[in-house]
Write a protein that binds this ligand. Structure first.
Ligand SMILES: Cc1cc2nc3c(=O)[nH]c(=O)nc-3n(C[C@H](O)[C@H](O)[C@H](O)COP(=O)(O)OP(=O)(O)OC[C@H]3O[C@@H](n4cnc5c(N)ncnc54)[C@H](O)[C@@H]3O)c2cc1C
Length: 500
């Protein structure tokens, strides 16, 4: 391959976003992906007539995807058909209570009133509080680059009022300030897990997450969420980027403190003026950046960075319809606090886990054979520790699968005798397949008060012309944020390459 302007390691969503936006600006771009399929954690299994999304199952903030396509001169609707989901999610509690969450305020209040009337009355106040946090923080911390000069400019323009953005309370404390009912608290605490954090540690600033879901909606993509990865790869190629799958990178070439491209696993060297790693930043530093060149994340620092939680996934093809379920469903545990203590303090799989069940065949008949359902089960799991690394999960996964299905039976859901396809994905699989640091789903946890400032920056501080985009870099994990990360990286690279 000829010398490139930009070499991108990894065709996850962040890498694909950066590739398209750089190529659109006229730069020559090569993307090197180790797997056969693009998409990284957004991936796909097709088996026995069933389609499964193996990673993301919910699209939020679709305007971010639309803006990405628009930045490349294209319209999202020419590539993807996205539809809002109602209910957003069906919640089940062990005492038999249920709630269909809705983005419509009146409907949501009516649902909450069945659990607790005072809490239903408090709901608009909670959303208003979350909304003003979003309005004060989004431009700088989600859409902005957080580069020192940009941050300074943003803060001079609109100084942050720490009391209004609620960083000193935990999410659970803030939620408990509005709601009395344990079940309602659990419902809103859950949003801390959208970036892999614990509501008992993460700052209340994360209340922006329920605001985003209830205001901008939860969306599904016809044909499965994986269509996002596919269409983003198509877009990048249409813009002129070259995507090489089945092509692992062994090393970022660094000469005199400057990244000069990549050395591929087959020994080929591809020189580039800028190198962008879409691989988890911590994995990049521990596996791809030569030890001699590292200053930002050496082995000692890596040991002290807290990853987000991981996930344990069960895919089930079931030969019957499950009428009581919606597209998204949550089965809560009895003791949420104990669950998060197990995950983040003891770093062991929770024995009474909250269980998420997504069934895309509820909205999309192409996802399962007629009369059947494609069931995706996700349980929050601890990131890999010394104890649960190696083949620990390979040995434990069957027992954990049995425990989860037994818990669902307690809620009256028994489909064990109708399973005709089954696969499990463990935290160790996420590390092995995608280079997810310690199996983390969303990069780093946001459990610390200043997590937003501590996240690795897009432009490496220690190596010139090395950049990062993806869930572990700014602004964080989840499909919309990693898309923004790729766009911000493309912008920075474009500026740096034009001002040599
Ligand atoms: C089970 C699960 C459920 C999730 N649910 C949701 C959800 O509902 N909504 C949501 O918004 N987000 C969700 N997420 C998070 C979302 O998937 C991620 O935040 C996002 O996809 C990460 O994108 P990324 O750009 O960081 O790249 P990654 O997905 O991390 O991709 C990195 C890519 O780099 C490649 N790579 C690694 N090492 C090398 C190498 N040496 N050479 C070449 N290539 C390499 C990998 O193969 C991979 O393709 C979920 C994730 C998981 C796992």
């Amino acid at each position: 391959m000829a010398d490139l302007d930009a070499a991108i390691i990894g065709a996850g969503i962040g890498g694909l976003a950066a590739a398209a936006q750089l190529a659109r600006r006229g730069f020559t771009v090569g993307v090197f992906e180790q797997n056969l399929l693009v998409g990284g954690k957004m991936n796909r299994v097709t088996a026995a007539g069933y389609q499964f999304d193996t990673g993301p199952s919910l699209l939020t903030m679709p305007h971010v995807l639309a803006a990405h396509f628009a930045a490349c001169g294209r319209r999202l609707e020419d590539y993807l058909t996205i539809t809002p989901l109602q209910p957003l999610c069906r919640y089940f509690w062990p005492d038999g209570a249920t709630l269909d969450a809705a983005s419509d305020m009146t409907k949501m209040q009516a649902g909450l009133a069945l659990l607790n009337e005072d809490d239903a009355a408090a709901y608009p106040r909670f959303i208003a509080h979350a909304q003003q946090i979003y309005q004060r923080t989004a431009k700088t911390f989600i859409y902005g680059s957080l580069e020192p000069a940009d941050l300074l400019r943003a803060l001079l323009r609109a100084p942050l009022d720490p009391l209004r953005i609620d960083p000193f309370r935990t999410m659970h404390q803030a939620v408990s300030g509005y709601f009395q009912d344990t079940r309602v608290r659990q419902l809103f605490d859950r949003y801390a897990t959208y970036n892999g954090s614990s509501p008992y540690q993460a700052p209340a600033t994360l209340c922006v997450i329920p605001y985003v879901e209830y205001s901008f909606g939860g969306w599904y993509v016809a044909g499965g969420i994986y269509q996002i990865a596919r269409s983003m790869a198509t877009l990048a190629e249409e813009m002129g980027a070259e995507i090489c799958t089945n092509t692992a990178v062994d090393e970022v070439m660094v000469v005199q403190g400057r990244a000069r491209g990549v050395r591929l696993a087959d020994g080929r060297r591809v020189r580039a003026r800028a190198t962008l790693s879409n691989v988890d930043v911590l994995h990049s530093y521990s596996h791809l950046v030569p030890a001699a060149a590292q200053r930002a994340y050496n082995a000692r620092r890596l040991a002290h960075v807290e990853p987000s939680c991981s996930g344990f996934v069960i895919l089930l093809g079931v030969r019957r319809k499950i009428e009581q379920l919606a597209h998204h469903n949550i089965f809560f545990s009895r003791d949420y606090h104990a669950e998060f203590a197990a995950i983040f303090a003891q770093r062991r799989p929770a024995q009474q886990p909250t269980i998420y069940v997504a069934i895309t065949s509820k909205s999309d008949p192409t996802q399962a054979p007629p009369g059947c359902e494609n069931i995706f089960i996700l349980v929050n799991a601890p990131y890999l520790s010394d104890e649960t690394a190696g083949d620990w999960w390979d040995e434990y996964k069957q027992a954990y699968r049995d425990l989860i299905l037994a818990r669902l039976r307690e809620f009256g859901l028994d489909f064990t005798s109708d399973i005709e396809y089954e696969q499990m994905i463990t935290p160790m699989d996420l590390q092995r397949r995608y280079g997810a640091w310690r199996g983390a789903i969303y990069g780093l946890s946001s459990n610390a008060r200043l997590a937003a400032f501590m996240r690795p920056p897009i432009r490496a501080r220690d190596i010139k012309r090395l950049y990062f985009a993806g869930g572990s870099a700014h602004p964080g994990g989840g499909v919309p944020l990693v898309t923004l990360s790729g766009g911000l990286a493309a912008q920075m690279i474009a500026v740096d390459l034009r001002h040599r």
